[in-house]
Design a protein around this ligand. Structure first.
Ligand SMILES: [Zn+2]
Length: 216
């Protein structure tokens, strides 16, 4: 076990056994192999008794926050145990630690960062792309977190709005490309989005769409 690398990764209950160098693509991060380093992972989640009979090895690939700015591919090789307690309805279970609960596809800390990023979109008026950059998570994760956040906090329909604010917001500079066939310039990236805001009430941002109406 590599103690220093385990400290660097900082996922409680998991120890780094090996780090394999990144692939050739710039987005490829190193592959980090993990082993269980918490005896409590062997306790049956149903009855709490420590299991002694192993069924099989399984490997999970939870996604995690970037480490040092690079996304690591995690591979946690862990055991599936049999629960032999006669009174326990649970027959088998896989090891879990608080940072990677059973069946979780994201580490707890990534899920929390995604939740904060989703809240920044919902409550802070950040775009999904901005918030993803701020919180160092990918935009599909932020988008999903925002949707989950919105489902939790929003009523099915917004309350009636007395004064609706419509704002065009531009982020960054547009990119232009010359169409050689026609000799005209067109935008390839639309940096505008339109936000709909409840100005007189307290509902905040009601919706956001990419692009803007074309100028007349
Ligand atoms: Zn049990």
């Amino acid at each position: 076990m590599d103690h220093d690398t385990t400290l660097l990764l900082g996922l409680d209950g998991l120890a780094v056994t090996k780090v394999v160098a990144a692939g050739n693509e710039p987005q490829d991060g190193p592959v980090v192999h993990l082993a269980t380093a918490d005896e409590r992972a062997r306790c049956c989640p149903q009855c709490g008794v420590v299991a002694v009979r192993m069924k099989e090895w399984v490997t999970t690939r939870p996604r995690d926050l970037p480490v040092g700015g690079r996304c690591c591919a995690l591979r946690w090789r862990k055991r599936r145990w049999c629960c032999d307690q006669a009174s326990c309805p649970r027959q088998t279970f896989t090891e879990q630690v608080p940072q990677v609960p059973a069946r979780a596809r994201l580490t707890t800390r990534l899920r929390q960062a995604a939740g904060a990023a989703g809240a920044a979109v919902a409550d802070g008026g950040r775009t999904v792309i901005h918030s993803a950059r701020d919180h160092r998570v990918s935009w599909p994760i932020v988008s999903a977190a925002f949707t989950a956040h919105a489902r939790r906090v929003l009523p099915a329909q917004p309350a009636p709005v007395n004064v609706l604010g419509i704002d065009e917001i531009r982020r960054g500079r547009p990119r232009w490309v010359l169409e050689e066939s026609t000799g005209t310039w067109t935008t390839t990236v639309d940096r505008w989005h339109v936000g709909f805001v409840d100005l007189s009430g307290e509902q905040g941002l009601l919706g956001q769409v990419e692009g803007r109406p074309s100028p007349r």
